[in-house]
Design a protein. Structure first.
Length: 88
């Protein structure tokens, strides 16, 4: 999508999308997400920060189940599977 952004001034968005074989709805959805993250993405960032804090404070020994317990004690209610999602 960044390529489309770079070339849009020279060739126009629709032409670049057609050449790349990308649906215009895909591009426009990407533009909307760049404008502002969704509520879920903002929550995921906050939860990831908490998980990192808990994991670091444990000396790197706490895994998903213990991190989930600590989050619950802190009043953060999320599913265990959401805690165990791989973080990028």
């Amino acid at each position: 999508m960044k390529l489309v952004e770079q070339l849009r001034g020279r060739f126009g968005v629709e032409f670049v999308l057609r050449v790349l074989g990308v649906a215009s709805s895909t591009y426009h959805g990407w533009v909307a997400r760049q404008a502002g993250p969704s509520r879920r993405e903002r929550e995921d960032e906050a939860i990831a920060a908490e998980i990192t804090d808990i994991h670091t404070a444990s000396g790197g020994t706490y895994g998903g189940p213990r991190v989930h317990q600590v989050l619950r004690r802190r009043g953060i209610r999320v599913s265990r599977k959401r805690v165990e999602l791989p973080r990028a």
